[in-house]
Design a protein around this ligand. Structure first.
Ligand code: NAI
Length: 485
């Protein structure tokens, strides 16, 4: 007697909101309710001021809300009325106790299990949408089966793993046309229920089915491999800076190898976001638990390299500004961890600004979407004290740059490419520095204006040098060793 036309999602965040809005849009025959215990968040989902910024999301929410998409704080009712329940709650890194700083904090996912057990009136399909450590399905199953007869009568719970691969900033497109959908489970019937939902818009051959543990682990591995690419190219950017190679040229040269591929090879100030670091640390922790110390330290290096990149980048700023930024105004362009999102969780801007402020700098931030409150919350979460005389949000890039000693680009927002940097330059202190933490601006142009440009993975001033080649390497001259890889 399972009713398959109603879906409930617990957790109305960056994943739950866009994912369920897409299901509602693509499956008008289904009714989707998203519940969350955070009343403020639910109120905003029900208003014109959605709690997250994601291109394309407002249109989809508007099209479906009140028809087959609902947002509510009534978790109990959501569970009772739906037989397919997604758990899309947060799974942050533990901040205390066993596994502190590495292990996933599963209190929210566990509480979802307990809440479902408490209110489930019939058998249900429970789907892990959150990113969880391998074997979490087993823990949820235990919580559920230990409480199977709560509310009277025997019930079945089928547990599926269905990790989400969307990226913030492109979530709606990623959901609309996923590279793949991954479903892990033990019972074929339950797997097919979920596969049939996705098949409303995803080609069947992109719906991968695996066992539970492969599915759970694949999500951690996907994020670990993506982050590893970033740390790998970043490590090379450091070497480029010392040797005269240009990391952009290196990235292009290796990215055209089809085995390597061109994506995710931009050197930058470092990766951020709520997922990469937490998922790798989680992977490290799991490996350690199984006694796989070498495997653990291999992946730990990806995080260590990222921390190094952030501090090396900031160190270069301070060093270039004659070894001190005390009382110097520094314009920060971009605080979000990437473009097209207002999300600041684990943004590299945090460490950069913190280091600059600890050196006495006056940090003026301009970001098209980030609110200062959210930035301050993130500092607080990391137990970093911020003096608000030193940390100021500007209403415009002009305001941030006026009288500044340096411009530091930390997020790759498209609009940063369109600014009139000559105007900024005219009102800056001289020498005027520009540090491009995303390698996104036209450095030769900026140098022509008069900036001292520091690009990632490139020696200073090299953008002009590279325009006037002193020698031409003749590939066919026979001077190169043959067959050399
Ligand atoms: P989030 O923090 O934005 O949203 C989680 C929501 O769950 C919060 O609004 C919270 O109030 C709610 N919640 C927690 N416990 C609850 C309970 N017992 N009952 C009702 N509501 C509860 O988190 P986000 O970013 O959506 O991430 C969710 C999961 O998805 C995480 O495991 C994350 O690793 C994973 N993920 C995140 C991606 C991202 O880009 N943010 C991408 C892919 C996966």
């Amino acid at each position: 007697g399972i009713r398959l036309n109603r879906i409930c999602c617990i957790g109305a965040g960056y994943v739950g909101g866009p994912t369920m809005a897409t299901i509602a849009l693509k499956c008008p025959q289904l009714e989707v309710v998203i519940v969350d215990m955070n009343e403020d968040r639910i109120n905003r989902w029900n208003s014109d001021d959605l709690p997250i910024y994601e291109p394309g999301l407002p249109e989809v929410v508007k099209a479906c809300r009140g028809k087959n998409l609902f947002f509510s704080t009534d978790v109990k009712k959501g569970i009772e009325e739906s037989d397919i329940i997604f758990a899309s709650v947060n799974t942050p890194t533990k901040t205390q106790g066993v596994g502190k700083g590495r292990a996933a904090d599963l209190r929210y996912i566990e509480s979802v299990g307990r809440t479902i057990a408490q209110y489930a009136n019939r058998s249900k399909i429970v789907i892990e949408k959150s990113t969880v450590p391998i074997k979490t399905a087993e823990a949820i199953a235990r919580v559920l089966s230990a409480n199977e007869t709560a509310n009277g009568g025997h019930k079945n719970f089928w547990i599926l793993s269905n990790p989400e691969f969307l990226a913030e900033g492109t979530a709606m497109k990623d959901l609309d046309e996923p590279d793949r959908v991954l479903i892990g489970g033990q019972e074929q019937d339950a797997i097919m229920v979920l596969a049939d939902i996705y098949a409303n818009w995803v080609p069947r051959d992109r719906i991968l089915m695996t066992n539970l543990w492969s599915s759970e682990l694949s999500k951690l591995v996907a994020n670990a491999m993506l982050a590893q690419r970033v740390s790998s190219i970043n490590s090379i950017s450091r070497l480029c800076e010392r040797t005269g190679a240009d990391v952009k040229e290196v990235a292009r040269a290796i990215g055209t190898d089809s085995r390597i591929g061109p994506k995710f090879l931009n050197a930058s100030v470092g990766f951020g976001g709520s997922c990469f670091q937490k998922d790798i640390l989680n992977l490290v922790y799991i490996c350690q638990q199984f006694g796989l110390d070498e495997v653990a330290s291999y992946w730990q290096q990806v995080v260590d390299m990222n921390d190094h990149q952030k501090s090396a980048f900031t160190g270069k700023i301070i060093q270039s500004l004659f070894n001190t930024v005390t009382k110097k105004k520094i314009a920060i362009l971009g605080f979000a961890f990437k473009k097209d999102t207002g999300d600041v969780r684990e943004t590299p801007a945090l460490m950069v600004c913190d280091m600059l402020m600890k050196d006495g700098g006056l940090v003026y931030v301009y970001d098209p979407k980030v609110l200062i409150e959210d930035a301050l919350t993130e500092f607080k979460y990391h137990e970093i004290e911020v003096n608000t005389d030193q940390f100021i949000f500007s209403k415009s890039p002009e305001e941030a740059c006026e009288g500044a000693h340096a411009i530091v680009v930390l997020t790759e927002w498209d609009e940063f490419k369109t600014y009139d940097y000559k105007k900024f330059y005219d009102k800056m202190m001289k020498p005027a520095f520009l540090f491009d933490g995303r390698n996104m601006l036209d450095h030769a142009e900026l140098e022509k204006i008069g900036f001292e440009v520091h690009a990632l993975g490139k020696g200073t001033g090299s953008s002009q040098r590279s325009k006037s080649p002193d020698f031409v390497m003749r590939a066919s001259s026979g001077l190169l060793p043959s067959g050399g890889y």
